[in-house]
Design a protein around this ligand. Structure first.
Ligand SMILES: Cc1cc2nc3c(=O)[nH]c(=O)nc-3n(C[C@H](O)[C@H](O)[C@H](O)COP(=O)(O)O)c2cc1C
Length: 288
């Protein structure tokens, strides 16, 4: 049935395809539990992941789908991106997402990542404050936190294309991580999502290393070969125990296997789920 409907939904647009995939996930999670084989367990950033395949940010913006994902073989999920204020089509806003997470008080059957960003309309002077507001707001709910840099603040300023601004924002995030760890008594790993295709991706990567973030999500577009070779080189540059999470263009178990062999500690899925539905996760788990 999914094979019949998904090409139509994809033609109608990503949001239709996402809704169809989300519905099929909810239905499939009622039918049965498919945990990943125990051989796929791993500890990354001090967190136990039952499997390597997670849901990429943007699919489950506010965590409503999260409770059913562990029953489908996902090893983790990243919800969001969350911004301080509601932004149509991009973020439900910090208050709405935290209210949702607080209401359900979700038992964390699988690790929960929360992706945060700034509002596009925020004044460049307020960029860091936006990230810090989100960090404080979601701190108690997340197992790890992702800094999503993929945002353009005004026509001339993309965060990754201005190294001093990037350094200021990431430096402020690192200080706040340390402060929150002391005040809450809980340390949360923070990873930075960098798009390898973006101009100055190297600067963003340098900042991740400079500030010793806990990990990197490396997004890639283009040929599998190009993505794999950048992944391999990047994974080699990372200090010991600083993981790279690979996202972008993972559509088959072979893609997943290739990313893990190239040095990814974990992988994230989005478009592959629109095309194949939730069984992609199970296929990856049985072939990795
Ligand atoms: C409709 C849509 C919305 C997305 N929203 C977000 C988002 O809010 N935050 C984020 O970090 N990435 C977002 N992404 C990017 C995905 O997380 C992922 O990096 C990207 O789609 C590449 O993976 P894929 O090739 O498997 O689709 C979004 C992608 C799509 C297609």
């Amino acid at each position: 049935m999914y094979d019949l409907l998904s090409p139509i939904a994809i033609k109608l647009g990503t949001q239709h395809a996402r809704r169809l995939a989300a519905l099929s996930m909810k239905l499939a999670s009622v039918v049965g539990t498919k945990p990943p084989p125990s051989a796929l367990r791993r500890t990354v950033m001090g967190i136990d992941f039952p499997g390597p395949a997670g849901l990429a940010a943007g699919f489950d913006k506010n965590g409503r789908l999260y409770p059913c994902l562990s029953r489908l073989g996902f090893g983790f999920a990243e919800i969001g991106t969350v911004t301080p204020e509601h932004e149509p089509g991009r973020s439900h806003g910090l208050a709405a997402v935290t209210a949702n997470l607080a209401r359900y008080r979700l038992p964390h059957a699988i690790p929960l990542g929360i992706s945060i960003s700034m509002n596009r309309t925020s004044h460049p002077d307020r960029m860091a404050q936006d990230y810090l507001a989100c960090l404080g707001g979601i701190w108690q709910f997340a197992d790890y936190i992702t800094i999503n840099l993929g945002v353009r603040a005004g026509p001339d300023l993309h965060l990754t294309e201005n190294r001093p601004v990037l350094q200021a924002v990431l430096g402020a995030v690192k200080s706040e991580q340390a402060r929150l760890a002391v005040s809450s008594g809980i340390r949360r790993p923070i990873v930075v999502k960098v798009d390898q295709a973006r101009r100055n991706a190297g600067d963003a990567l340098a900042c991740v290393l400079e500030f010793a973030f806990d990990g990197l999500i490396l997004g890639g577009k283009g040929s599998q070969q190009a993505i794999l070779s950048t992944l391999e080189q990047t994974a080699r540059k990372m200090p010991d125990n600083t993981p790279v999470i690979s996202v972008g263009g993972i559509r088959t178990p072979q893609d997943a296997q290739d990313r893990l062999r190239a040095g990814a500690a974990l992988i994230q899925l989005y478009s592959g789920l629109l095309e194949s539905g939730p069984r992609l996760v199970d296929r990856i788990n049985t072939n990795c």
